[in-house]
Design a protein around this ligand. Structure first.
Ligand SMILES: Cc1cc2nc3c(=O)[nH]c(=O)nc-3n(C[C@H](O)[C@H](O)[C@H](O)COP(=O)(O)O)c2cc1C
Length: 247
């Protein structure tokens, strides 16, 4: 008599998330991956951030939050372009079957243009190049699709409002934990915490929204991106959640 043993394995995908330096869709991209992680903590997510992404993530107060998605263990690292060298050796993982999918969200017009023209000179563009070569599905959320976009901007000081008042003591500069304010906000020091804004008695500090026109060249590049083999364009970061739940 022969016995057969059935082993049921529940496999969880390993995901790679490349972040570029776009403010548009940045919070939504973070929220999408946070949701993926909360809905299925077994899924491992590695983050690959361009140098601009690192800066913009800090400006929006999200940089330190990345560890809630990628805790630091193997296949859950946060790789920063600023620490990875020019040849991006870590993206070799895409040729070693370590990842089930690569998501690039948000994808700047800069990164989209590079991908469309086969350029790989940053961490996210190298990740895309190796993922396609390694037959790993790539999903990209471009920020510039068509028409106009409404984008959340980092905190800035309206210097005309500021100049009208000549305050002896600038409370926002005092409360800023990063020393980022000295008549204007140094966005490379600002971490987007927003503590400054309510302390200005003249409302000179704002982190509002702006309407931006999508350039023709970016529209064309996004359309070409959708034609590339191995790459699927997603229209919104929240689409990441449904792609992952279908894996
Ligand atoms: C606060 C801030 C927000 C930005 N948002 C966008 C954006 O929404 N879309 C975009 O294409 N570039 C945006 N940029 C410009 C990119 O960061 C810049 O083009 C950079 O070189 C892109 O590099 P990467 O594609 O390697 O990440 C932003 C820059 C800053 C400082």
């Amino acid at each position: 008599m022969s016995h057969s043993i059935t082993i049921i394995m529940y496999l969880h995908p390993n995901l790679a998330w490349a972040i570029t330096g776009a403010g548009h869709h940045l919070i939504e991209s973070f929220d999408a991956f946070k949701r993926v992680k909360e809905e299925n903590p077994e899924i491992r997510i590695t983050i690959f951030a361009s140098q601009s992404a690192e800066e913009v993530l800090r400006m929006y107060g999200l940089f330190d939050e990345l560890k809630t998605i990628a805790g630091g263990d193997y296949l859950e690292e946060v790789f920063l372009e600023s620490e990875q060298g020019r040849s991006s050796p870590k993206v070799g993982r895409f040729l070693l079957n370590k990842y089930d999918a690569l998501f690039v969200t948000p994808a700047t017009s800069n990164t989209v243009a590079k991908i469309v023209h086969g350029i790989a000179d940053s961490l996210p563009t190298n990740a895309v190049a190796q993922a396609v070569k390694g037959d790993v599905p790539v999903y990209i959320v471009p920020v510039d699709i068509e028409g106009t976009i409404r984008s959340k901007m980092p905190y800035t000081i309206d210097r005309e409002v500021c100049a009208r008042h000549h305050c002896d003591i600038c409370t926002p500069a005092i409360v800023c934990p990063n020393g980022a304010i000295d008549s204007q906000i140094d966005l490379l020091k600002c971490d987007g915490c927003g503590k400054c804004a309510p302390t200005c008695p003249h409302g000179a500090i704002r982190g509002g929204y702006a309407e931006l026109k999508v350039r023709d060249v970016d529209m064309r590049n996004t359309a070409e991106l959708a034609e590339l083999a191995g790459i699927e364009v997603l229209m919104n970061p929240v689409d990441v959640v449904s792609v992952v739940s279908g894996m």
